[in-house]
Design a protein around this ligand. Structure first.
Ligand code: ZN
Ligand code: ZN
Length: 262
């Protein structure tokens, strides 16, 4: 699976024109992705600089990306986030620095701005070959092998030429790294008894399903690229927002909320 900021942006824009129900969400997500792409390019394009992996040290450069994201949210975010963006813009550097460091050390999927700001940084960190420092997260199956972040979305893909069958992968919620994962196993607790694992779909999205576990009561959405090769897991996951509503109604907790808070 080859994903870039551009393929994500294009997919969000495309799906926004197709889905009445998720149009607003996807339009906002596309704006967010454009701001994240700008942040990423700022970091990547900075002459004579590579991230150290210690956020504290890299903050002076990362800080320069804050304004662009706040502006994008102010321009097209939902009212609560617009309000928060304004207050963060007023609060000054120190407050945002602390919030970013806290998110780096102990990630939370409910800190929208911090998560959105750190994704481009962590992506560039992964690509530039630095190691994330000061982030002592538990390393276990189901966690990103690069940064320890939780999985945002699961996907099935067709086999590589020469391989016997297709595989499953997870996408990291923090650095967007993709890693292979066993097919029939809960990404949260490792449950592998088929009777405890449920898959739920709605006819509206034939290539997206809820992958739920009755042992830990967590779920993640899975995007089936063998059914729809054009899908972009991170974006199609957001588009299938109705499945989150269904999962919450049935008492399941998402392993990691996505950037639009679902
Ligand atoms: Zn990661
Ligand atoms: Zn589980």
């Amino acid at each position: 699976m080859k994903e870039s900021w551009d393929t994500r942006i294009q997919r969000a824009e495309h799906l926004a024109t197709r889905s009445e129900a998720a149009r607003e969400l996807l339009t906002f997500y596309a704006t967010l992705l454009r701001a994240q792409k700008e942040s990423y390019e700022h970091l990547r394009g900075r002459k004579g600089w590579l991230p150290s992996g210690a956020l504290e040290e890299d903050l002076p450069v990362v800080r320069a990306t804050v304004h662009g994201l706040l502006r994008a949210v102010e321009a097209s975010g939902p009212p609560a986030l617009v309000e928060e963006a304004r207050s963060l813009a007023r609060a000054g550097e120190g407050v945002m620095d602390e919030a970013l460091l806290e998110q780096w050390r102990a990630p939370s999927d409910t800190r929208f701005f911090e998560k959105a700001l750190l994704q481009p940084y962590a992506r560039w960190l992964a690509e530039s070959g630095a190691q994330p420092l000061g982030r002592d997260l538990e390393r276990r199956e189901g966690r990103c092998p690069f940064c320890g972040g939780g999985p945002q979305v699961s996907f099935l893909h067709t086999s590589e030429p020469g391989a016997e069958s297709g595989g499953r992968g997870l996408v990291c919620s923090a650095c967007l790294t993709v890693w292979p994962f066993r097919r029939v196993v809960c990404a949260s607790c490792g449950e592998e008894r088929p009777a405890k694992l449920g898959y739920f779909q709605s006819p509206e999205y034939e290539h997206v399903r809820v992958e739920a576990c009755d042992t830990c009561r967590h779920y993640i959405k899975g995007v089936d690229l063998t059914r729809l090769g054009l899908a972009v897991p991170l974006v199609d996951e957001v588009a299938a927002a109705a499945l989150d509503v269904w999962a919450h109604e049935h008492g399941y907790t998402k392993i990691e909320l996505n950037l639009v808070g679902l």
